[in-house]
Design a protein around this ligand. Structure first.
Ligand code: XUL
Ligand code: CO
Length: 440
């Protein structure tokens, strides 16, 4: 195989003082943090679509990055194979052990689904060979059920039964390929599972149908021996105005309502959480307390822009908050998929590496700092003390043991007359503690 990134060799760890743009400054794969090497805390994944397919095109202009990878004709099987070659070289050079893909990222979609499926069989053989040679694994697979015009009204939520059938066929094939590649999980991001106006939409019917599709997916996958998790990736809007999987809490409610919660977990994306008006760490916490934190799409948005900018993560505060949640949850069964793309003017091959180096270093720093925050103990200690009245007073113990009722609490309140204030939340002090840990 020809090397594509000829001027770029394996990215070394050189430490924070290094000025080498093609070196890690914080991600030191074998450094042990809280008993585990960094690479086990941070199973990073390459997102096939952004890294190997997207060229920076937007609605105002065509792509800036050349993703032909030396092939004369785009969207051919030759091109698809070149992407495999380049993708594996890229992952090996960065020490990334996983990838995530949509069906249509790995082959060009044909007009006839039978031909698309034949191409998927061919390319997955080719990918499997590379996986065996390199030890690189698949984190999750998914079906793209939002780009093809047939999905303009959604896939599972489409008004058309024929479109629903085609969505189901795509899900079946994508599960087959994910299982063939040993994927840890199968993901649903409800790209156009939502609506624009109630004037033409039966919301209950659409939600029931999405659940039907997911149930069929679980039934089929289990019948062919897939033991991994299913994921929902919540997102509140874009492309649809109202998306049904708005945020973690909404997706959890949906999964429970339809009895899907045993098979599904959540894949939380930072930029989706912020679009929903939450912090990244909020959606991670909500998922974790319900035992549903599966995996992460590691990126960041721009709070001045109202859309999904999918930037490489650089915000160390946020990465620290994220890794604090992940460490507290006992780690991820999934991984950290860089659902992120270079900015349009960053169009060189070196920029592809710079994006991943930034993201991996940011999460490595986040991990180091989150571990320090936990070891420092001041925040955990404060939180524990903040609720002490439920442990240290008789009335508190009775409340959390479910051994009291409104009448008893009424009598208690009347007897006390005027309660004490609940104690300072000390937010400013705690923010200083965080800064001490980050920069002290
Ligand atoms: C879209 C998005 C998707 C999913 C996979 O916002 O995040 O790329 O991660 O379909
Ligand atoms: Co995503």
């Amino acid at each position: 195989m020809n090397e594509f990134f000829k001027t770029i060799s394996k990215i070394p760890y050189e430490g924070a003082k290094s000025k080498n743009p093609l070196a890690f400054h914080y991600y030191d794969a074998n450094r042990v943090i809280m008993g585990k090497p960094m690479k086990e805390h941070l199973p990073f994944a390459m997102a096939w679509w952004h890294n190997l397919c997207a060229s920076g095109a937007d609605m105002f202009g065509r792509g800036t990055a050349d993703k032909a990878f030396g092939v004369a004709e785009l969207n051919t099987m030759e091109h698809a194979k070149a992407k495999v070659d380049v993708g594996f070289e890229f992952m090996q050079k960065l020490g990334i052990e996983y990838f995530c893909f949509h069906d249509v990222d790995i082959v060009p979609e044909a007009d006839d689904i039978k031909e698309t499926n034949r191409r998927l069989d061919e390319i997955s053989d080719y990918i499997l060979e590379k996986m065996k040679k390199t030890g690189i694994k698949c984190l999750w697979g998914t079906a793209n059920m939002f780009s093809n015009p047939r999905f303009c009204n959604g896939a599972g939520s489409s008004n058309s039964a024929e479109v629903f059938a085609f969505a189901a066929a795509q899900v079946k094939k994508a599960i087959d390929i994910t299982l063939k590649l040993g994927g840890k999980a199968y993901l649903f991001w409800g790209g156009r599972e939502g609506y624009e106006t109630l004037l033409n939409t039966d919301v209950k019917f659409e939600q029931d149908n999405i659940a039907r599709l997911m149930k069929m997916a679980v039934k089929y996958a289990r019948s062919i021996g897939f033991t991994g998790d299913f994921y929902i990736e919540p997102k509140p809007k874009e492309p649809m105005k109202h998306q049904y999987d708005f945020d973690a809490a909404t997706a959890i409610g949906f999964l429970r309502q339809y009895g899907l919660d045993k098979d599904f977990k959540l894949n939380i994306e930072a930029n989706h959480a912020t679009l929903a008006g939450h912090t990244f760490e909020h959606d991670l916490r909500i998922s974790a307390i319900h035992g549903m934190l599966g995996s992460i799409d590691a990126n960041q948005g721009d709070l001045l822009l109202g859309w999904d900018t999918d930037e490489f993560p650089s915000n160390v505060y946020t990465a620290t908050a994220c890794m604090y949640e992940v460490l507290k949850a006992g780690g991820l069964t999934g991984g950290f998929n860089f659902d992120a793309k270079n900015r349009r003017p960053s169009y060189t091959a070196e920029d592809m590496f710079a994006g991943y180096i930034l993201g991996m270093d940011t999460f490595a720093l986040g991990l180091i700092k989150a571990a320090e925050l936990i070891q420092d103990g001041r925040i955990d200690d404060f939180i524990s003390k903040r609720y002490a009245s439920y442990r240290e007073t008789e009335i508190g113990r009775k409340i959390i043991a479910d051994e009291t009722d409104l009448e008893e609490l009424f009598a208690y309140a009347e007897n006390v007359g005027t309660p004490n204030l609940p104690g300072s939340g000390k937010q400013e002090y705690l923010q200083s503690v965080l800064n001490d840990v980050l920069f002290g």
